[in-house]
Structure formats: structure tokens, C-alpha cells
Design a binder for this molecule. Structure first.
Ligand code: ARG
Length: 551
């Protein structure tokens, strides 16, 4: 409809010889301002009201009127369009016909996006920040896929760096066997060693030396490191399974060891490296601090590993993409600005094709960072189990789907950048802005469809609509726009808002109207319920949330 309105306006502008560079046609936020509104009379020179009157009187002679119930001038010169109910009814039929395809797009056709998400650290508990990255990253990925993009996922595991020097040193010092330890114990080992090393220079030296041995391929060091990787990965797997997330690639930081040498060679060759106090650095411009390529002790850095990652991806079949999205906590924003500036300078990937989707912190119910008394991270697997257990009180048949759905929805209803306090009770509330609320509405709508016989798709439907019906249909109609905006803005929260609104409108509708009355199906309402099931299932699916059989 937006396109049709635009076309009609353009024709009128042409006829009236009015030059307007750009104007908007959009759905007004509030009810009662028509179904679409345009600011066309407000842009450019001339009296807006007079212009609006001229435009409107021309529009009244146009074909557009066939779809309109009314056209009005409002406020300082907005033109509001109200669409005929017949049009909405036809629209509903069209939406139901499209079924699962409704909302999908093809604007991404022929393009590939690489999404890097989750990226937990080896020998450390999977943190709530990694949980966020996993949930948001997956949802963004689903959105791109639904818009026609080819997507590739890479889990950039933190399996390299000086912390491994500490773990190795601690293991060697205590004659420990890592394979006997849990990941949580490994993390504690690191935390404690790090504590002691703050006061004891010799421990720091030992750790440094151990990391150098690791980098040089020393067998003892490598085998300790390998055990840490295997154990951690097995732990992470449990969480991915629970979340229903699979990321096809997991090149960890260590994978880029060789590539880092190429990076340093190329940066030097291009004349972009310089020495500074024994270290090798790169100037980045834009007021950014220099990027540290090699430390004065000869060790490589997180920065260099990220450059190596981009270099590798940009020249590897299957990974090379049109767009690279990083879902990583906001505390690394400066780091990514530096990395993106550097690779742009090096000519590997253009700055515009790199995006850091930064997420805010998640705090525990007490408003503090989620961590154990020992200073290690809370065990996410146990935390998830606890929520699933509570979800069992709402739905004992699908506790997993409801509990995990509640976590995901609670996360995704916040825009990625916002920090929030996780509240289990609120996340599980059946009567709140929650995953279970939307799941429940979906189950209700589906039950209507499942217990009635299929209505012929081409049946002619009643043309008058009640307000609750119109509201639902208008929302169904809006779905593709929401998907597109959520994708372009990297904001699954827009979709979470939307599915909640739709669920709520459906519940309002359902509390006032019967779809099946004394065994008789009312066709229009049946279509409406059908459309709601399709869109809610699809919308929740894009958020990574399933719908239980019953609730
Ligand atoms: N492992 C890192 C961390 O937990 C996140 C990795 C982010 N990705 C990257 N390419 N640097 O902090």
C-alpha cells in the first residue's frame, strides 16, 4: 500500500509541477491518524496547508481512492490516508495464502554475511555475556537468512593468550592433572594464580615463560592446553544443545598463529608499522589509539589475532563475505574500532562492511555482576537448568521450551546495547511482556486452527470488521516491514516488541469474539487466527524460540 500511495503522490506532484526532493509515507504511531501518513506537503517551499489541499484534491480524482475510505489533512499539513476495510480483508487472505513465506524477503539475494557470535573463552565458565552474544547473534543470523542472505557462522573461541601461560604454570607448579578438573576449577586455578602473581614477580615470569613455550609448540605445554580446550568445548556443547544453537565454524584465536606472521609481514611491507618503545605498533588515524601488533616482549596481541582473522576470512572461499558482523560485548567497542580501521587501511575489508553489534551487560537479580563468591563466573548451564525447572511449574510437558524461550525472549526484548537486570520471575510471567506470554497466545490460536476444519482459501469473506479484528490484521500486514527493520538495524528487540503486540492484540480479539460458535466456523476469524499462528510461529522462530504443543 505504501508503494501505491507513493505512486499516486508522485503522479500528483508531477501534474502540479511541484518539486519535492524526498518525503515519507509511513504508518502513524498512533491510532486515529489514518493507516498511512505523508509529510509531502511539509517539505520544500510554500504554505504546507495550501499545498496539502491541492495535493489532496488531485488525489481524490486518482485511482488510489478505490482503496481508500478517506483522506484527510491533519496538523501542520500531514496527509492521512485511511484504507477501506475490504482492502484489509483481501490482505488477510493474501497473507494466509503466503503462509510461512509471509515476511520473508529477497533483498539479500546473492549476498553473504558472516556472523561471529558466542565466542566463549577456554578454561573459563561460559558467561552470561557469551549467552547474550549467542542469543542475539543467532537471532540476527535468522533474520538475515529470512531476508534472502546466505549466512555463515563462526564461533571465535578465546583459546590463546597469556592466561594460558598462567594455567600451565599453575598446573606445573602443583603437579596437577587438568583432565581431573572441571572447567570451573580451571577458572579458579587461573583466578588464584593471577591473584598471587600480582604480588610475586617470579610467578609472573613463570607464566610468561610457559606461554612462550606454548607458542613455540612445546609438547608439555600443548597437552595441558589441549585438555583445557577439550573439556571446555564439551561444557559449551551442553549449553549450545540446550539453546538449540549450532555454529558451523569454531576457528579459535589459536588458529590464526600462522596468519599473524603474514599480518605482521604485510603491515610492515605496506609501510604501516612502526616501532615504539620496543613494541611494533600501527597508527590508525581517526583519533584512535595506536594498534599494538607485537608487544615489547615479543608476544602477539588480541588485536593482531583479530587482524589475522579478518585477513584469513577475506581470502578464504566460503568465509569471504559481503558483510562481517561481530556480536561482542560493548566493553570491546574501542578494540573493534581499531581493528576495523586497521583492516580498512590495509585494504582487506572496507570499513562499511564490518559491524560490531555491541551488547550491554546482564546483571544478576541483585543488580550485581553474576559471579560466584570465589570470583569465577556463574555456571550458565546450572543457571539455565534452574529456570527450566521453574518453567516446569507453568508447563510440565514443555519446561525446556518455555524456560529457554523465557530466557531468550527476556534477552531479546532489550535492544542489544542496553544493559539489564535478569529477573527470572518476570521472564516467566504468563501475563507479562514475556516469552511464555507469546508462546501461550500462539498455542491458543493454533488450537483454534487444529480443532476446526480447513476453510477454503478463496472463500469470500465478510467485509465489515470489528476494531479488534482490524488491529490484528494491520499488525499481520506490518510483519515484513518489522523483519526488514530488525535486520537492517541489528535489533531483534523490534521483532520481540512486535510479536508481543500481536499476541496481545490477538488475546484482546479472542476475549471478545468467537471463532467457532456452536460448531460453526466464522471464516474471517478463522483466517485471522490462521495468520496469527503463522506469524507468531515464524516471529518466535526468528528469535530462536519454539512453541510448545500445549500450554
Ligand atoms: N572471547 C572474547 C571474549 O570473551 C570474545 C571474542 C570476540 N571476537 C573477536 N573477534 N575478538 O571476550
Amino acid at each position: 500500500m505504501e508503494r501505491e500511495i507513493r505512486k499516486a503522490i508522485d503522479e500528483v506532484l508531477h501534474k502540479l509541477k511541484l518539486a519535492v526532493e524526498s518525503y515519507v509515507v509511513e504508518r502513524p504511531r498512533e491510532e486515529g491518524h489514518g493507516d498511512w501518513a505523508s509529510n509531502v506537503a511539509l517539505v520544500g517551499a510554500g504554505n504546507p496547508i495550501e499545498k496539502a489541499e491541492k495535493i489532496v484534491s488531485e488525489l481524490k480524482n486518482s485511482d488510489l481512492m478505490k482503496s481508500l475510505d478517506g483522506i484527510e489533512i491533519a496538523g501542520p499539513g500531514f496527509i492521512n490516508f485511511t484504507i477501506k476495510t475490504e482492502w484489509w480483508v483481501e490482505r488477510l487472505q493474501e497473507i494466509v495464502k503466503q503462509g510461512k513465506d509471509w515476511g520473508s524477503g529477497d533483498w539479500g539475494k546473492g549476498r553473504q554475511v558472516l556472523i561471529e557470535y558466542s565466542s566463549p573463552n577456554i578454561a573459563k565458565n561460559f558467561s552470561v555475556g557469551h549467552l547474550r552474544s549467542t542469543i542475539i547473534g543467532q537471532s540476527i543470523r535468522n533474520l538475515f537468512e529470512f531476508s534472502g542472505w546466505k549466512t555463515v557462522g563462526d564461533n571465535h573461541l578465546g583459546d590463546w593468550g597469556t592466561q594460558f601461560g598462567m594455567i600451565i604454570a599453575a598446573v606445573e607448579e602443583g603437579g596437577l592433572d587438568l583432565s581431573e578438573m572441571t572447567v570451573e576449577e580451571m577458572e579458579r586455578l587461573y583466578v588464584e594464580y593471577n591473584q598471587r602473581a600480582k604480588e610475586d614477580e617470579s610467578l609472573r615470569e613463570k607464566a610468561k615463560e610457559a606461554f612462550v613455550r606454548l607458542e613455540q609448540g612445546d609438547e608439555g605445554a600443548r597437552s595441558i592446553w589441549q585438555v583445557a580446550i577439550d573439556k571446555s568445548k564439551a561444557d559449551f556443547e551442553k549449553i549450545y544443545k540446550q539453546l538449540g544453537v549450532e555454529i558451523e565454524h569454531a576457528y579459535g584465536e589459536s588458529f590464526y598463529e600462522e596468519e599473524m606472521k603474514e599480518v605482521i609481514r604485510e603491515v610492515k611491507e605496506k609501510g604501516l608499522a612502526r616501532e615504539s618503545e620496543g613494541a611494533l605498533v600501527m597508527d590508525l588515524g581517526d583519533g584512535l589509539p595506536v594498534g599494538m601488533l607485537v608487544k615489547s616482549d615479543g608476544g602477539t596481541t588480541y588485536f593482531t589475532r583479530d587482524l589475522a582473522t579478518v585477513r584469513y576470512r577475506s581470502r578464504t572461499q566460503g568465509l569471504k563475505s559481503d558483510l562481517y558482523v561481530y556480536e561482542v560485548g560493548g566493553e570491546q567497542s574501542l578494540h573493534f574500532k581499531q581493528v576495523f580501521a586497521a583492516v580498512d587501511k590495509l585494504g582487506w575489508v572496507k570499513r562499511d562492511n564490518l559491524v560490531h553489534v555491541a551488547h550491554g551487560m546482564v546483571l544478576g537479580e541483585d543488580g550485581k555482576k553474576m559471579s560466584t563468591r570465589k570470583g569465577t563466573g556463574v555456571r550458565m548451564a546450572e543457571w539455565l537448568d534452574e529456570i527450566v525447572k521453574r518453567a516446569g511449574e507453568i508447563n510440565k510437558h514443555s519446561a525446556e521450551m518455555v524456560g529457554i524461550g523465557a530466557v531468550k525472549f527476556f534477552d531479546l526484548k532489550h535492544s542489544p546495547v542496553t544493559a539489564y537486570r535478569f529477573d527470572q520471575e518476570e521472564a516467566l510471567r504468563l501475563d507479562g511482556y514475556s516469552g511464555p506470554y507469546v508462546q501461550y497466545a500462539t498455542v491458543r490460536a493454533r488450537r483454534i486452527i487444529d480443532t476446526s476444519s480447513e476453510v477454503n482459501q478463496d472463500i469470500s469473506l465478510r467485509k465489515n470488521l470489528d476494531i479488534e479484528e482490524v488491529r490484528v490484521i494491520k499488525l499481520l500486514d506490518k510483519f515484513p516491514e518489522v523483519v526488514k527493520e530488525a535486520t537492517l538495524d541489528y535489533s531483534p528487540n523490534l521483532l520481540a516488541d512486535y510479536v508481543f503486540d500481536l499476541a496481545k492484540s490477538f488475546n484482546d480479539f479472542y476475549s471478545k469474539h468467537r471463532v467457532i460458535d456452536e460448531g460453526e466456523v466464522e471464516p474471517l476469524r478463522w483466517f485471522l487466527a490462521k495468520g496469527v499462528v503463522e506469524v507468531l510461529e515464524q516471529g518466535l522462530g526468528l528469535l530462536g524460540i519454539g512453541v510448545p504443543e500445549r500450554m
